[in-house]
Write a protein that binds this ligand. Structure first.
Ligand code: BEZ
Length: 402
């Protein structure tokens, strides 16, 4: 079986099966996208959270993607673009139905999503079965570009392993040897913890306690009391969106900020600094983006985004933007022929993205190879204070494309 066995035949079979199941075949419903002319608009199916703790992240991703499209003259590969949107509510149990609907009802050419790792895994299943091209603009689920990697799925963001892997060494170098890790109990939190541990243990540290709250709960008080009792050298964490605002404020309000240094994967302070206020000042995090990055693309991107959306961009906006840059680059290369999936995949595999985060390219497993920065919150900005790891590539454990 060839590496590119995601042919129209497979996609056609999938769509036929779905149509039959839904009774559509009996009514003569046309199979999605296969019969559409190459001059038609490209249909992008956005499955993102527009409600709940990750709502702001979904909006930033869409904004970034739309900005890239606008800067490409409103077309990818010479073709106009139509958006089909679903609020996935960061709810994994609805993910396969939502993705199937985008493919069969809206006939999308590309699935774009999501933020939440569990939702992305549901989408991945549908993308794999249907052969639909899928771009992941945030969700870090390691398996998506690891054990379950597949030719028609690309990620433009990070694996959960990546941003937090350098954090252990950063903390150990600062003299912290005993840490507590606190996070939400779902894939992103658990995989961040596993990666942090790997790096921290290798640097001579030990994780004294692993603390979890169910996603998306924000009742941290009991666990903060436990941290105070344990008295570790430092605390590391994964939280994002609305939950990150509450956690950082609660940590400071509990009187822990000046006693036990708090570190995190950089999502902790992305897009939420205004809401966190002084509680976030001085926090050190690691991530593949920082507001103050000194590269030409970031210097142009930030004011353009701020002008278009009346708000400052964050890492989620950058990931949405890069999703647009990837589509623009690949579809230009194939002259808009999105039906030629083999050529689109080859173009995406060869893409080099000149991103606000710095230049990055795709790994063989379809995940960015990128620099991870050490950042400090200063005057409401995530300021870069160093490169924590140059050109970090996810190990892609179990991926057969590698
Ligand atoms: C995730 O679920 O993979 C995720 C969500 C928000 C920020 C980073 C990762």
């Amino acid at each position: 079986m060839s590496k590119y066995n995601v042919s129209n035949k497979t996609r056609r079979e999938f769509l036929r099966d779905v149509a039959v199941l839904g009774g559509a075949a009996a009514t003569g419903m046309m199979l999605p996208s296969l019969s559409r002319a190459q001059t038609d608009r490209i249909r992008l199916g956005l499955m993102l959270p527009y409600t709940g703790t990750y709502a702001q992240l979904g909006v930033a991703i869409e904004n970034g993607l739309r900005l890239a499209l606008e800067q490409a003259g409103g077309k990818f590969g010479g073709r106009e673009v139509e958006f089909y949107k679903v609020d996935d509510e960061s709810e994994p149990s609805k993910a396969t139905d939502n993705a199937n609907r985008l493919i069969t009802r809206d006939k999308v050419d590309v699935l774009v999503g999501s933020v939440h790792s569990g939702v992305a895994m549901g989408m991945l299943k549908v993308a794999k079965e249907s052969g639909t091209l899928m771009l992941i603009p945030n969700a870090g689920a390691d398996a998506a570009t690891g054990a379950l990697c597949t030719p028609n799925v690309f990620r433009t963001s990070f694996s959960n392993w990546q941003p937090v892997h350098p954090l252990g060494k950063v903390m150990a170098d600062r003299g912290h040897k005993k840490a507590v890790f606190i996070t939400w109990k779902y894939a992103a939190g658990e995989e961040s913890l596993a990666s942090f541990k790997e790096g921290f243990l290798a640097a001579g540290g030990s994780v004294e306690k692993e603390l979890f709250v169910p996603f998306p709960n924000v009742e941290f008080q009991a666990l903060l009391t436990e941290i105070a009792a344990i008295k570790p050298d430092a605390v590391a964490c994964f939280f994002a969106g609305g939950g990150a605002v509450k956690f950082v404020k609660d940590y400071a309000a509990a009187g822990l900020k000046d006693k036990i240094p708090l570190y995190g994967s950089g999502f902790l302070t992305e897009g939420v600094l205004t809401a966190q206020g002084e509680a976030a000042d001085g926090l050190l995090t690691t991530l593949h983006y920082a507001d103050s990055l000194d590269n030409p693309r970031n210097k142009v991107f930030r004011p353009a985004y701020a002008k278009a959306y009346k708000t400052e961009p964050d890492v989620y906006a950058v990931q949405g933007y890069d999703t647009g840059l990837l589509l623009a680059q690949a579809l230009d290369r194939v002259k808009g022929d999105i039906g030629n999936q083999k050529a689109v995949i080859a173009a995406m595999e060869g893409a080099v993205i000149d991103s606000p985060r710095g230049q990055w390219k795709m790994s063989k497993a379809h995940n960015p190879i990128q620099d991870i920065y050490l950042r400090r919150v200063e005057k409401g900005d995530n300021k870069v204070i160093g490169v924590a790891w140059k050109a970090l590539e996810d190990p892609a454990r179990g991926c057969k494309l590698v």
